[in-house]
Design a protein. Structure first.
Lengths: 207, 633
């Protein structure tokens, strides 16, 4: 029993934080690796044993953190199924690429949860970070097969919420995302045992 | 997914078409096929089975895409399929029932507009739902029409996310800014590809137009991480082709087959021992390292210790260090009965580069986990400690290029892959990153000058940078001496002139197509010549005042240039894909070119005329011309 208690446990809130931290690095990595913004506007940070690049642009930073703060609340309430990062051609508003981050809700460690009277996971944080690292390496490797984004691009993040979810202020419903001649690649997943994250990239296949 | 397995089994029992119907992707089938085949037929049959497998791979990839979206519906609606299947025999094989539009949806790493020599593509096996895909593929065509039409429909419509599940799609009303006006995606250089017309030639002396020898390499593995060619100090080239190792004596032209591995195993690395003795270490896909005596064509010993293929080998005296796909480095003492001295858990992914420093004090390992690790020597031993001295994680991509400085102990240069694009110089005695030559671009080429005074780096940002030596140090300063931005494309070929200090030749990529000659003492561009083709590699001759360049698209030729006038001496064609690598033989008379067309070709283009010795006079002439050039500018 004492062994159980000394074990690390991740609470629901902590797990949501891990998910959102991953999303922040993943979204920034995509922006950097896909060359959406000038590389000078990114700063290197050490995370998951990797060097990852984070945008220094105050507008981009603010946009991502606003969305992730709200998403963290939604994830805690299990109201979010998926976040989609879409890359849009500025001139004709065409969606060129879509990165889906699917959130699945898991049960965690049942025995330990009973003991603590809240849902917890006993998965080792180191192990989770190693799993995230594998996903990040794959994200960086995608530039070797994704088509060149040869135009001025912008990005947007859509949240796929439950039908009964309330729309907060400054948020609105969006039109469905569609990509013509699409090709998907599923990347690795990671899980905190409370949340499982699948990453899928969909891109427009150029002829 | 067990139900699908069951249905598949029923399916395959009912079909009589042969082994292919058993399903395309099962690894064990592929393996057993290869094992059953008579070795003499292996090459042709292997090709067929490979072709089948790859085509199935493609359709499978496609199915995995669409299946993930429509799987639930179609799988349920067709749940009665297998029982009806039992009555229908002689149906088409699943491989032929490829889904429509397959040709337009290749696997990602084969997409036409993407760079074709990718660093790596890591598919996610666990997420790809192979059982379901296999089930969907191996159903009869008639029954799967519904599914196929669904696939086609969803393909035509494109990708509609909301049709899968009900829910609200929300967006934040404050939007992120678009990229600044006029900003061009820097990755363009990675993708550039254009054809250029052929050129005229101007011969001034006889040079054989045909390669002295073409080493056909039909089964050479197209894998970035393997080390398949090694040229020994005693002038013997070892080449690994598929499951065999061939020795080719560059002096006599004699070819010997050293070994052939059994079954489907392949050779993944070869490395000659230092000092010119005829011992060759061979790493295999079956996780073993073999030591061969090439003078007797005899295997001396077989060493294990890995659980994945051995892709990197490095010698330090009698210690052989091997790096495997399992991420481990094993140190073998080839003299001892218990060869495995130590196993080092080095990387979480494949070890793709392994180099002992020239003084044997440090081992550097580069991995597919983007780490560069430095291992110190174990106390009084010739192998490394199990704990790394330093682990550098600054690279953003696989660390594929490693080079120890030949004249300064403990200085190491490392280069990252496409997603990284930097070179870093390390002092491994202090563990400091002496210099990050951050070109913000893929580093295509890196060369120390022969006198060690300058480091030249060519980048995918089209810059050629010259880095001077730091005051009283043996590594370069963090500030470049010159940065030449005249190249319009990636600077891939770099070569320091072996007989004239401070003279450097650089070649640009497809968008540039020029070779430029530089005097780095004065920072002047001595000469520029348009080659009309991508320059992949440059090598200087040691006998003649000439240099040879390897080219890509359009002609895939080698061109010999007279220095310093830069007139064409000869054009050597024969490769059908770009010339990736050039190497000069130890005696300087021949050039070995390695092409992307799976051939190695030897060109005796710098043969010495036995009747006269023209070397010294030529070099004088070249020097005086060089001086004149530098005076003029």
């Amino acid at each position: 029993m004492s062994q159980q208690q000394t074990k690390n446990s991740i609470t629901l809130k902590g797990s949501a934080q891990i998910i959102c931290e991953y999303l922040r690095f993943a979204i920034n990595s995509v922006l950097f690796q896909r060359g959406l913004y000038p590389p000078e506007s990114f700063k290197a940070e050490q995370e998951y044993g990797l060097t990852l690049l984070i945008s220094e642009d105050p507008l981009i930073k603010g946009f991502i953190s606003d969305i992730l703060r709200k998403s963290e609340e939604w994830i805690l309430k299990k109201e979010v199924k998926k976040l989609s990062l879409v890359i849009i051609n500025v001139s004709n508003k065409e969606v060129l690429e879509c990165w889906d981050f699917n959130v699945q809700y898991e049960e965690g460690d049942v025995v330990l949860s009973k003991e603590k009277n809240e849902k917890v996971s006993s998965k080792d944080l180191k192990k989770i970070q190693l799993e995230i690292r594998d996903v990040m390496l794959q994200v960086a490797a995608t530039i070797s097969y994704l088509p060149l984004l040869d135009c001025r691009c912008s990005f947007d993040i859509y949240v796929h919420a439950n039908p009964e979810c309330n729309i907060p202020e400054k948020w609105m419903e969006a039109a469905p995302i569609s990509i013509t001649n699409a090709q998907n690649v599923q990347l690795k997943s990671f899980s905190t045992n409370l949340h499982k994250m699948d990453t899928v990239v969909t891109y427009k296949l150029m002829d | 997914m067990a139900q699908f397995n069951y249905l598949n089994e029923i399916n395959s029992l009912a079909t009589m078409d042969g082994p292919i119907t058993r399903g395309p992707l099962q690894r064990w089938i592929k393996k057993s096929n290869n094992e059953n085949i008579n070795p003499s037929l292996s090459s042709s049959l292997k090709n067929i089975s490979n072709a089948n497998i790859s085509s199935c791979n493609q359709s499978l990839q496609k199915l995995s895409i669409t299946a993930n979206q429509s799987c639930n519906n179609s799988a349920l609606s067709n749940s009665k399929t297998p029982t009806r299947n039992e009555n229908k025999k002689g149906k088409k094989t699943p491989c032929k029932t490829k889904s429509p539009g397959r040709s337009t949806t290749p696997t990602p790493n084969k997409a036409s507009k993407t760079p074709n020599k990718a660093d790596r593509f890591i598919p996610s096996r666990s997420n790809s739902n192979y059982d379901l895909c296999h089930y969907m593929m191996s159903r009869d065509e008639e029954k799967s029409e519904e599914a196929v039409s669904q696939i086609a429909a969803s393909e035509a419509i494109g990708r509609v996310l909301t049709d899968t599940e009900p829910g609200r799609l929300l967006q934040y009303t404050c939007k992120a800014p678009a990229a600044p006006e006029g900003y061009q995606n820097r990755l363009r250089v990675v993708y550039s590809q254009a054809k250029v017309p052929s050129t005229v030639k101007n011969n001034t002396r006889y040079i054989p137009q045909a390669p002295e020898r073409i080493l056909d390499a039909p089964d050479i593995l197209d894998d970035y991480y393997l080390n398949l060619v090694d040229w020994s100090p005693s002038n013997v080239v070892a080449v690994a082709l598929g499951n065999a190792v061939y020795l080719w004596n560059a002096g006599t032209g004699q070819i010997d087959q050293l070994l052939t591995l059994e079954g489907s195993e392949t050779v993944s690395s070869v490395s000659w021992v230092q000092g010119g003795s005829p011992h060759l270490a061979v790493g295999t896909s079956s996780s073993t390292v073999e030591l061969w005596d090439c003078s007797k064509i005899k295997r001396l010993r077989l060493m294990d210790g890995h659980s994945g293929r051995v892709g990197a080998l490095a010698w330090n005296m009698y210690i052989l260090s091997s790096g495997g796909r399992d991420g481990n480095i094993v140190h073998h003492d080839v003299r001892q009965r218990d060869h495995a001295l130590a196993t080092v858990y080095a990387h979480t992914r494949e070890v793709c580069a392994l180099k002992w420093s020239l003084d044997g004090k440090y081992l550097a390992s580069g991995g597919n986990d983007n780490l560069l690790n430095i291992w110190p020597l174990a106390e009084g031993q010739h192998y490394s400690q199990p704990q790394y001295l330093y682990s550098f994680n600054q690279h953003l991509a696989a660390v594929k290029g490693l080079a120890w400085c030949p004249w300064s102990a403990g200085v190491l240069a490392s280069g990252g892959g496409t997603a990284d694009r930097t070179i870093r110089i390390w002092n491994v005695s202090t563990g400091t990153n002496l210099n990050t030559v951050d070109t913000k671009s893929q580093v295509c080429a890196l060369k120390w000058s022969l006198d060690g005074k300058y480091l030249a780096s060519g980048g995918n940002d089209n810059l050629l940078n010259i880095w001077p030596l730091a005051e009283g140090q043996h590594y370069s300063q963090p500030q470049y001496l010159y940065s030449f931005n005249q190249h319009l494309a990636a600077v891939k070929g770099l070569a320091w002139c072996p007989w004239s200090a401070g003279v450097l030749a650089s070649g640009g990529g497809t968008a540039d197509r020029t070779i430029r000659i530089w005097n780095v003492s004065t920072g002047t561009n001595l000469n520029t010549v348009d080659t009309k083709s991508q320059v992949c590699s440059i090598v200087w001759s040691t006998h003649y005042k000439e240099l040879i360049s390897g080219h890509g698209y359009a002609n895939n030729q080698l061109i010999i240039w007279k220095y310093p006038t830069m007139t064409r001496v000869a054009e050597l064609s024969g490769h059908v894909a770009r010339v990736l690598h050039l190497a000069l033989s130890p005696d300087g008379t021949s050039v070995l070119s390695a092409g992307a067309d799976e051939t190695l070709r030897l060109w005796k283009c710098f043969m010495l005329d036995p009747s006269k010795k023209k070397g010294p006079t030529d070099s004088k002439a070249a020097k005086s011309l060089l001086n004149m050039n530098s005076l003029i500018r």
